[in-house]
Design a protein around this ligand. Structure first.
Ligand code: ZN
Length: 881
């Protein structure tokens, strides 16, 4: 485009924007400068003489007649059909251009100026879209060549490019064709400047007579020369080349900046096209080869369940064999059980099956429902492992449409370990949805496959992460994920082993074991040598009784470890780095020890090997030490249920190494100090919210009771997952697990849910208090802690009624026969003060039976005060006066 033409285009577009759209393209000074420049080049320029608006304001969308009708093309759907067309018409060289998936229209030019643009309509009568077209990209409003203004018509496709689509509709809710067509037909012109045209046909008149182009190639070159953007195209010397071009386009269509639905093939020689003529409005010399979306009718003979790597259970239709586009189809996707209900499809029905491009065939509708049809039933358990099934929670946190197996160890799943690898190494950008899509669609089987994704970047970018919205991952996110994966190619031994997702083997544990082994575990080969089966070696590196289990885990991952190394993951030697965010390893010592040692005696040595001493058996505890490791005590039971290792004192001694009895500090202070330092402080922080007894790793329970219903809702955050349980009070209820990328995200989600429940009238109940009422499993009950004898005098009692002390009110007769006063000293020792009234800043109200709705209990709950039993109080204080 010459500078003059460019100036004319800019001026006309700016004028139009100013008069018509109310969205000026530039300020007055800029505009004046353009006119001045044009005036210098061409003092009497016709464009300078244009006055006022380009198009009447009311013309938009009025009916308009095409001066030359817009034809349509015959379609073919397969190579066979295409070759038939080639042979029948003896085509010769072919001009092939991609077929944009947009709306077509024509623009008419007179003496260089765009005078009217008309949508295709029925080919003869369309709608005037001039006002919007003046703002389209790629459509010049002033056209000339070698000083001669252009006269004629240009036909084009109006397209919203993927880039612009993403810009105006980031959630990509509508596909670009619908979004683009919507914009094109807007009366107010809004967003018209986001549309791009791609010209594909031209009628040019020179000196008042139609100009005859010799070939399609010549025509396309002319369009480009005149300043129109044109569709990607190529010249093929024969049918074979055209077939090759089609295949290349079909494979790379997703990399194109626009959505396309096929390739338009035109006999290059226009004379030949004219010779062949037109049938039924369709020129015989042109054909649209559409990507295969052909369909056929067949009978649904059965449904089998196939299992995805993520545990999804997908119904697959078994079809009576049918030919679609040259391939025999015997099965098809039924998506999910909701889709089955929506289609109202049953076994025995006649169905319409389509094979959409490269996607597997799909049943899109039922064509006949015979009387003998059989309903398609949802699986009642996992067909692969027999595990429990349920609906997968979707991104919004609701029940999704996919039925999934809930068994974490289901043989069909490979998501779990990859997820642990990703979370452990902080690979950002791969949430559950993305991971599941990756595993499912890219067929990842283990973490090592992550490192081969670099070569499959296009597939990754193309990954459909929301089928309903047709939302793809996109190149940008794909690149950032690949970069994040790439950044984990060099790992320390602890990162490597600790991220494999093995039981008992997190990063921190590996670090501790390496340092305890004093060089014996510095190399990966040592870990794979079977060394850990040696019980005394295992005990020496802090894993008594589980060494063999860890070794089994490592051995079972042998193939994956090799695969990771082969994929280029390397292990950097040298000292392992400790990470502060790592959860502490914990040990709980319970009951009287045979040696006569106190718990506190073990505190220092345990700390030295990275373990903290805690008082409670809870999820995440690493070891419970009991005098009798085989004990069937409730504590031991609970520990086993939670997967906590129960060990003997002898094993503990092995674990802490060359241990010599330390001076015991004080017989009385330590236990209570531990309790002051660790537990109540946490509770203090929590009690500001309405969550007084919330203890990490144990479920919080909420109940809602009115005339009609009595239901409960429990939430528990375990590592990165949020476990929710709900149902009628008195029954076990339904469980749902939702996983997050980080513990923090899981916690936040749980907090949000709690907030919602409270808003909906649920009341938090203290765990244990309702145990008699509901028959829920024992999980949430605080473990009965063996009373520790406490003498108040020897405790460092905080000052009475210190302003920061939390208040506890004990009301009514206590079941134990203890008096209120008996609790005063232990409460003080633990930083609480005993008060007589239920007040707003009360931490706990202690009642003989917290369940009934006494007025005092009512008031307490209203104030957000936790109502607890005497037993709970004792647990809280670790004491029994
Ligand atoms: Zn299963």
């Amino acid at each position: 485009m010459s500078r003059i033409t460019e100036l004319r285009n800019l001026i006309i577009k700016a004028k139009h924007a100013y008069y018509y759209s109310g969205e000026p393209m530039m300020d007055d000074a800029e505009y004046d400068a353009l006119e001045d420049e044009l005036r210098q080049h061409s003092p009497d320029d016709p464009v300078l003489k244009i006055v006022g608006a380009q198009v009447p304001a009311e013309s938009m969308l009025t009916k308009a007649r095409h001066s030359i009708p817009m034809g349509s093309q015959s379609k073919v759907n397969s190579e066979n059909e295409f070759r038939t067309w080639c042979q029948r018409n003896d085509v010769g060289p072919i001009h092939a251009s991609v077929k944009g998936d947009g709306a077509s229209a024509a623009a008419y030019y007179s003496n260089g100026r765009l005078v009217q643009a008309i949508s295709r309509g029925d080919g003869v009568l369309g709608e005037d879209i001039t006002a919007n077209a003046l703002r389209f990209k790629g459509l010049p409003v002033w056209v000339e060549s070698e000083g001669r203004p252009f006269n004629g018509a240009v036909r084009f496709e109006v397209i919203l490019t993927v880039e612009d689509w993403t810009r105006i509709d980031p959630s990509r809710s509508k596909n670009p064709r619908n979004a683009g067509t919507g914009i094109m037909g807007r009366k107010n012109g809004l967003q018209s400047d986001f549309l791009t045209i791609f010209a594909f046909d031209l009628d040019e008149s020179r000196d008042g007579t139609p100009y005859n182009f010799a070939t399609e190639s010549e025509k396309t070159a002319r369009l480009a020369e005149l300043g129109f953007s044109v569709m990607p195209h190529t010249h093929c010397s024969d049918a074979d080349e055209a077939v090759q071009y089609f295949k290349t386009i079909a494979q790379t269509r997703n990399e194109l900046p626009i959505w396309i639905d096929g390739v338009v093939m035109k006999i290059n020689a226009i004379e030949k096209q004219v010779e062949l003529g037109v049938t039924g409005g369709r020129p015989k010399g042109q054909i649209a080869w559409k990507f295969d979306s052909a369909g056929a009718e067949t009978v649904l003979e059965g449904v089998v369940v196939s299992g995805g790597h993520t545990g999804g259970l997908y119904p697959t239709a078994q079809l009576r064999a049918v030919d679609i586009g040259g391939t025999t189809i015997t099965n098809a996707s039924l998506a999910n059980y909701d889709e089955i209900a929506r289609l109202d499809v049953a076994i025995g029905d006649s169905v319409w099956v389509v094979k959409a491009n490269d996607i597997i065939p799909k049943i899109i509708r039922v064509t006949e429902r015979p009387a003998h049809r059989r309903a398609i039933l949802q699986p009642a358990c996992c067909p692969f492992c027999g595990g429990e099934v349920g609906r997968r929670i979707n991104v919004a946190g609701n029940d999704g449409v996919i039925i999934e197996c809930r068994n974490l160890n289901c043989e069909k799943k490979s998501t779990g370990k990859i997820r642990r690898w990703i979370a452990s190494l902080d690979i950002l950008g791969v949430g559950d949805v993305v991971l599941e899509a990756m595993v499912e669609k890219l067929d990842l089987t283990d973490a090592a496959d992550l490192y081969t994704l670099r070569e499959r970047g296009d597939e990754l970018a193309d990954l459909l992460i929301n089928v309903d919205r047709d939302l793809k991952l996109g190149a940008k996110r794909a690149t950032s994920i690949l970069d994040a994966i790439e950044a984990t190619r060099e790992l320390s031994l602890s990162q490597f082993l600790g991220s494999l997702g093995l039981d008992h083997l997190g990063k921190r544990r590996v670090e501790i074991m390496i340092s305890a082994a004093d060089g014996a575990l510095d190399e990966l080969t040592a870990w794979r040598s079977g060394l850990l089966r040696d019980a005394s070696f295992a005990a020496g590196v802090g894993v008594p009784s589980i060494g063999a289990e860890i070794q089994d885990g490592i051995d079972s991952m042998s193939q994956v470890i090799d695969k990771l190394l082969d994929a280029g993951v390397s292990i950097t030697t040298g000292s392992a780095h400790g990470t502060a965010e790592q959860p502490e390893l914990t040990v709980c010592i319970s009951g009287k020890l045979h040696s006569g040692r106190k718990k506190s005696d073990y505190q220092e040595p345990l700390l030295a090997i990275g373990y903290a001493l805690v008082d409670e058996v809870s999820k995440g505890l690493n070891f419970l030490v009991l005098a009798d490791a085989d004990s069937g005590s409730s504590k031991a039971e609970k520990a086993r249920k939670l997967g906590v290792q129960v060990i003997s004192e002898a094993q503990l001694i092995e674990m802490v190494g060359n241990f010599t009895s330390q001076e015991s500090v004080s017989k009385f202070e330590l236990p209570i100090q531990t309790s002051i330092v660790s537990k109540p402080q946490k509770e203090n922080a929590m009690s500001k919210a309405t969550t007084p007894l919330s203890v990490d790793a144990s479920a919080r329970r909420f109940e809602f009771v009115d005339d009609k219903s009595a239901k409960f809702w429990e939430v528990d955050v375990i590592a990165e997952s949020v476990e929710v349980k709900f149902g009628k009070i008195g029954i076990n209820g339904q469980a749902q697990i939702k996983e997050f990328e980080t513990t923090d995200a899981a916690r936040k989600h749980a907090e949000k849910l709690v907030h919602e429940k409270l808003k909906n009238g649920y009341q938090e109940v203290v765990q244990g208090a309702y145990q008699k009422v509901s028959q829920a499993p024992a999980k949430p009950v605080p473990a009965p802690v063996k009373p520790v004898s406490v003498k108040a005098k020897s405790s460092p009692a905080p000052e009475k009624s210190a302003p920061s002390s939390k208040k506890v009110c004990i009301s009514g007769k206590l079941p134990s026969g203890n008096k209120k006063a008996d609790y005063e000293a232990p409460l003080l020792a633990a930083g609480y003060s005993l008060v007589d009234d239920v007040v707003h800043d009360l931490a706990y109200l202690v009642l003989a039976d917290p369940a009934p709705m006494s007025s005092k209990a009512e008031k307490a709950r209203k104030l957000g005060v936790a109502v607890i039993s005497e037993e709970d109080l004792q647990v809280l204080l670790h004491t029994n006066p």
